[in-house]
Design a protein around this ligand. Structure first.
Ligand code: NAD
Length: 504
């Protein structure tokens, strides 16, 4: 099957692509040059209703399939995804502008690995052993699917985010309607088509490509959606939580981040500099765990700033399809302008050491002018309470600040509303133990920053949300526990009845 053929529409409902009933046209644009990758029609609320109905109809059979059957389907899906790896990488790069080497080496293999992981995890859902906890009863716990899951995903890693949402939901026996970001719907649609190619029954995985306020809010509020799983910004997450609360739905929120990168004075400076450059520029800095605030202990501060500035100058900006390109354009012109706004405002209160809009020719001769390119940007001298230190810029921008005592460094690291990820750079075991204990974030790396693995949970503290993606822990989000209690006495008048009527 050609997963990239969208000629029959951009809504994936009940196992096929359809035009849907929406009337609002939308262009998926390649931010490298402004060309149109795909014309789509945004989903109407009626399309959301149809997709939810398809997911509801598919639920009884899918939730009662054996874990082994669901596992086999996911193993087949992993093989189908791997078989279409090149198409996935090419389309992901076209709709996001991310370098092809990132799509090829990270997004696609990460998604295949996640799929294989959940094929195994589907057979390892566990609960407590049955037992006589009351003396007069045998109790056991059933772990059950929740129902139809409504998921909403962002544009930064569209394929991986679709996988993170869909895989644990269906591994646990739920069915799903996913609404990807308007800007980047294509690889989510391809993923859904791959599910059908792998033999996953129609209606188990549906994708509606609509607007946040229209289709998104309708999905979150839909009475037949039992759970809402959202990845995106903290302000939209708040809105999603409000809507879900009104209809008492379980929510899982993976929100924004502002990851600190704490360099103690005994750190390997070279490793810290390389780590900061890679972790701040991955995916153009459009990564919720990207290093955004480097706190560097005073003795290493000047050398660290100089080292990052030098390496930033060596980054190859160019066409994202060129395998040698390190940094492509940002996802859209609007987003590029938003990032530039943060940097321009910072000029009044901080020093912009390098950076700004990328114009002229890239390393490969690409004309950068029509693209949404932005240079790696290093900022120093910003106050801790300033916008560039506190706010999520979501671009290739690193702010560096000095600190003196270890206490101060850790306090500053914790001093934003976010708590998604962080790293500590030190060769001292006690410092690293202290940092990993005291930093309030869902992930703390030591002497590295960015790697993720399918077996380990990903999720936030504080305003970065709650709930876990990936790993066995994500299955807790997508299942509910039922206590089943059997009477073992076989008597009509049970001991506890005397608290209600008569005495023994
Ligand atoms: P966003 O919050 O603007 O949009 C995310 C999704 O929500 C999109 O699909 C959008 O259409 C939808 N949406 C917008 N308004 C809505 C509404 N009122 N009701 C329902 N849905 C609505 O985020 P973005 O700009 O697409 O992505 C970047 C953000 O995502 C950053 O804040 C980043 O940190 C976050 N993110 C977090 C994680 C994580 O794991 N915590 C991972 C990736 C991205």
């Amino acid at each position: 099957m050609d997963l990239t053929d969208f000629s029959t529409g951009a809504q994936y409902i009940a196992g096929r692509l359809t035009e849907g009933t929406g009337t609002e046209p939308f262009q998926v644009v390649n931010p490298a040059d402004g060309s149109v990758v795909q014309h789509v029609t945004l989903a109407s609320t009626g399309d959301v209703d149809t997709a939810v109905a398809a997911a509801k109809a598919a639920l009884p059979a899918w939730s009662s399939a054996t874990p082994g059957a669901r596992s086999e389907a996911l193993l087949r899906l992993a093989a189908v995804l791997a078989g279409h790896a090149e198409d996935f990488a090419r389309v992901e790069t076209a709709q996001t502008g991310k370098p092809i080497k990132l799509s090829t080496e990270f997004d696609v293999p990460g998604t295949v690995d996640n799929t294989s992981f959940f094929a195994g995890a589907a057979r390892n859902l566990e609960g407590k052993a049955a037992g006589e906890y009351s003396g007069d009863h045998t109790s056991y716990v059933r772990r059950e699917a929740i129902g139809v899951v409504g998921s909403i995903s962002p544009w930064n890693y569209p394929l991986q985010m679709a996988a993170w949402k869909i895989l644990p939901a269906i591994a646990a026996g739920n069915t799903i309607v996913l609404k990807p970001a308007e800007l980047t719907p294509l690889t989510s649609l391809m993923f859904a088509r791959a599910c059908t190619e792998a033999g996953i029954p129609d209606g188990v995985v549906n994708v509606v490509t609509g607007a946040g306020r229209g289709a998104g809010e309708h999905l979150v509020s839909h009475p037949d959606v039992a759970m809402v799983s959202f990845t995106g910004s903290t302000p939209v997450g708040r809105r999603v939580a409000e809507l879900a609360t009104a209809s008492v739905k379980r929510t899982h929120l993976e929100l924004g981040g502002k990851a600190p990168f704490v360099v103690f004075d005994d750190a390997d400076l070279d490793a810290a500099v390389h780590g900061a450059v890679a972790a701040s520029l991955i995916n153009g800095g459009q990564d919720c765990t990207a290093a955004t605030r480097a706190y560097v202990q005073r003795p290493l501060y000047d050398a660290f700033v100089a080292g990052v500035a030098e390496l930033y100058g060596q980054v190859r900006i160019g066409h994202p399809l060129n395998p040698a390109t390190d940094l492509g354009p940002l996802v859209s012109y609007t987003h590029r302008d938003r990032v530039a706004g943060f940097v321009e405002r910072a000029r009044s209160y901080a020093t912009v050491v390098t950076g700004g809009q990328a114009l002229g020719l890239g390393h490969d001769g690409t004309d950068l002018n029509p693209g949404a390119y932005y240079l790696p940007t290093l900022i120093t001298g910003a106050p801790q309470d300033s916008e560039v230190v506190q706010g999520e810029i979501f671009g290739p921008v690193l702010v560096v600040l000095p600190f003196d005592s270890d206490e101060e460094g850790l306090r500053l690291a914790n001093d934003t509303p976010y708590g998604l990820a962080a790293s500590a750079w030190t060769r001292d075991i006690h410092r690293s133990l202290r940092a990993t204990r005291e930093i309030q974030a869902g992930c703390v790396w030591v002497n590295d920053h960015i790697p993720i693995i399918s077996e380990m949970p990903h999720g936030g503290y504080k305003a970065s949300g709650y709930g876990k993606d990936m790993s066995q822990y994500s299955l807790d989000e997508y299942t509910q526990l039922k206590h089943v209690m059997f009477d073992t006495t076989a008597v009509a008048r049970k001991d506890w009845h005397r608290t209600v009527f008569g005495d023994r």
